[in-house]
Design a protein around this ligand. Structure first.
Ligand code: ZN
Length: 718
């Protein structure tokens, strides 16, 4: 069924449901409808979700219809009402999504599920509104266009583009076809990822000889014994049998630590042919997905799907991206070959019988042996030097040094969703509060999603300014999953956890230090997605800066600073196998582009031929002819990374280049660091989505991005 029909059918449903709900519940008391600046977390319960969401949707539907009526297509009558609509929905639904991630429960999940479809329906209907599209287009063609601020024009351009990519601007028949294609693509992607899951589950390698697991990490062996027991074997951790699967936490330790070459080969071969045969064969789906995407691009007026994908991104063209990837390839190929040579030598020195010719299933194994010998840096050794409070102090001091902001705890001033959550205010150089944020640091299995992220609670916006204010101030949720305090000790962080905190804090800074006054382009809103990771990855660089690190590392009991030799190991470990890793990422990115730009389904080459052709330039060790890893490349066939895998490297190049401006100014020159920090604040942090990221980059760096800094940081510079 064409998507537009589905949407039309949903509108009256939303209204009717909302009417019914608002009659039954006393809506005034619903904290999810509160107009307070921050959600009253102490009062929100699961039962508030459905009535609040339906009330909001009902009210907003009326506003959307009013917005669609003929009238003056100017900023105040078109974009401002639209911002009010999306902001209200975000304040209610965004809070629900946030709680789903940090305070999950059976009841909350049920309430969320009950209304999720209605929210999605409403959002799609809003994005695809023909009447609204025409108003925006008329605005752009009208006389007032050039008087609008750059950020305002960008908002309108983004809204138009988003609607166009849904087919709004097309005639009825191609528009219907776009709907069909997108629905088919959604189904094909789901099948693709289900096949990967099923194929992963279907495979198992049962190990019975204790000699085969010698030297393997305890957690991996426990997991394998558990898995064997779950599959009906009588297993103990000590005597087995042990069952290994193609799940990453299972297959990875086997490839890295299993002394049996034969077992490693078996699981490696299974790994590279996952979802590539039988009922779970993804090969036909790959063809179908690529064909549909090419058709979609053509209907929407783009020569290829890669060009369609880049239309919403920072990177200017496929050629520019390929040029950058090629530079990285050239710079890393030799080092990668040397790294492979070093593994072979190490294997030989260890008396291995296959030292002369390492096979694919030997690489991870010997890479781990060499890493252990060279760096022997364990998380446990570093932890005592990174007590959470001290790390925060150091991080906030860095923010002060770079951006002239003061961060103060204000825990009693805001309601939170958990007692461990901290609340902070951010003040500018005059002492005026300009933003605030919540920090939810510790893991809480069962109720909190894994990983780390930030979400905007509210964005900076002039439209919602309180009396006497120029704009409503932004607020962020910063969520990590670090080790909680145990046994009377404070939370002692691993170095990875410290880096993660810096990363997320970088995102938060971009959200909080924005100067853009329009909610749809302030902070992280409206930043092109291949540019979104620049501020966050930039902050990670400071974890390797000696002065910054010494400001946040001190033994939690003795106060002793991080020993010099540990710091040196940290620095050295950063570039371990950087050549091989870069080359691998370049391979994925180039294959992704090639498939979405030059490949024609049904032509002489298959998608696997393309993958193999790219590999001839990116693989040091010739790949096996039966390699079908493309069949499990879910990022591009089932995730949002189609013709976008490059963005990992793209953002890394940019953030390293940004950091190198500080290196050039002199990391030990306090004044120069401060000056460069202010410039970063005035550009990347202040402009957010209000200016094209390439212009922002040029404003800061005075030139186009270069790969030199990333290569140098990775130890790959010539
Ligand atoms: Zn990030």
């Amino acid at each position: 069924m064409p998507m537009s029909k589905e949407l039309e059918a949903r509108i009256p449903e939303v209204g009717a449901a909302a009417g019914a709900a608002s009659a039954a519940v006393n809506i005034e008391d619903n904290p999810l409808l509160s107009d307070e600046r921050l959600p009253p977390f102490d009062r929100i319960r699961s039962e508030h979700v459905a009535p609040a969401v339906r009330q909001v949707l009902g009210r907003l539907e009326v506003e959307v219809q009013r917005l669609e009526e003929p009238g003056a297509p100017d900023w105040a009558h078109t974009v401002e009402p639209l911002e009010r609509i999306t902001d209200r929905l975000h304040r209610t639904w965004g809070t629900v999504l946030h709680l789903m991630a940090v305070s999950n429960s059976e009841e909350l999940r049920r309430s969320h599920e009950a209304v999720q479809g209605e929210v999605v329906g409403f959002s799609v209907r809003l994005r695809q509104s023909q009447a609204l599209y025409e108003k925006l287009a008329a605005m752009k063609a009208g006389p007032g266009w050039s008087d609008l601020a750059e950020a305002a024009r960008r908002i309108v351009d983004h809204l138009l583009l988003e609607a166009e990519l849904g087919g709004v601007a097309l005639a009825e028949s191609p528009r219907a076809r776009i709907g069909e294609i997108q629905a088919e693509l959604a189904r094909a992607s789901t099948r693709f990822s289900n096949n990967v899951l099923d194929a992963t589950k279907a495979y198992a390698l049962l190990v019975e000889d204790p000699a085969d697991i010698e030297g393997m990490p305890e957690t991996a062996v426990e997991l394998a014994s558990q898995s064997a027991a779950a599959a009906g074997h009588e297993s103990t951790v000590e005597s087995g049998p042990w069952r290994f699967t193609l799940d990453l936490p299972s297959v990875r330790p086997l490839l890295e630590h299993c002394p049996s070459r034969e077992l490693r080969e078996r699981i490696y071969r299974a790994w590279i042919t996952r979802a590539a045969s039988g009922e779970q064969d993804n090969a036909p789906l790959i063809e179908q997905i690529l064909r549909l995407r090419a058709e979609e691009a053509e209907l929407l007026g783009y020569p290829t799907y890669a060009e369609l994908s880049l239309a919403t991104k920072m990177a200017p063209s496929v050629e520019a991206v390929e040029g950058l990837l090629e530079e990285l390839r050239e710079a890393s190929a030799e080092t990668a070959a040397a790294e492979l040579g070093a593994l072979g030598e190490h294997a030989r020195a260890c008396g291995s019988d296959h030292a002369g010719e390492l096979a694919h299933w030997d690489i991870a194994f010997w890479a781990e042996r060499l890493r252990e010998e060279r760096y022997s840096l364990s998380d446990e050794e570093l932890r005592p030097y990174f007590p959470f409070d001290r790390v925060l102090e150091g991080l906030f001091a860095l923010a002060g040094r770079l951006f002239d902001v003061t961060i103060t705890a204000a825990d009693t001033e805001a309601a939170t969703w958990h007692e461990d959550v901290r609340y902070f205010r951010v003040a500018d150089e005059t002492g005026r509060t300009i933003a605030d944020f919540f920090l939810d640091p510790y893991s809480r299995p069962g109720e909190k999603r894994g990983g780390a992220w930030i979400q905007d609670a509210i964005g900076r916006s002039r439209l919602f300014a309180a009396p006497g204010e120029d704009a409503r101030l932004p607020s962020a949720y910063l969520v990590c999953n670090q080790t909680p305090p145990v046994g009377g000790k404070p939370s002692l962080m691993t170095f990875d956890e410290v880096r993660t905190l810096f990363h997320e804090f970088g995102h938060s800074l971009q959200h909080m230090l924005t100067r853009v006054d329009y909610g749809m382009a302030s902070g992280i809103e409206g930043v092109e997605w291949d540019a979104v990771e620049v501020a966050s990855q930039f902050m990670e660089n400071w974890c390797y800066d000696r002065r910054t690190l010494s400001g946040l590392a001190a033994h939690w009991e003795t106060g002793e600073p991080l020993p010099e030799q540990l710091f040196d190991k940290l620095l050295a470990a950063r570039t371990y196998r950087a050549g091989s890793q870069t080359l691998r990422q370049v391979h994925f990115a180039l294959t992704d582009l090639e498939l979405h730009h030059r490949y024609r389904s049904g032509g002489e080459e298959t998608a696997f031929d393309v993958d193999a052709r790219v590999a001839r330039r990116t693989a040091v060790l010739p790949r096996l002819p039966e390699d079908r890893t493309l069949c499990s490349f879910a990022h591009i066939f089932a995730g949002g990374y189609a013709a976008g895998y490059y963005s990992y490297k793209w953002a890394e190049v940019l953030s390293a280049d940004v950091f190198s401006a500080f290196e050039e100014a002199g990391l030990d020159d306090a004044e120069a660091v401060t000056e460069t920090g202010r410039r970063f604040r005035e550009t990347f942090l202040a402009d957010g989505g209000g200016r094209h990221p390439m212009d922002v980059f040029r404003d800061f760096r005075g030139r186009e991005p270069l790969t030199d800094a990333l290569l140098r940081h990775s130890g790959l510079a010539k």
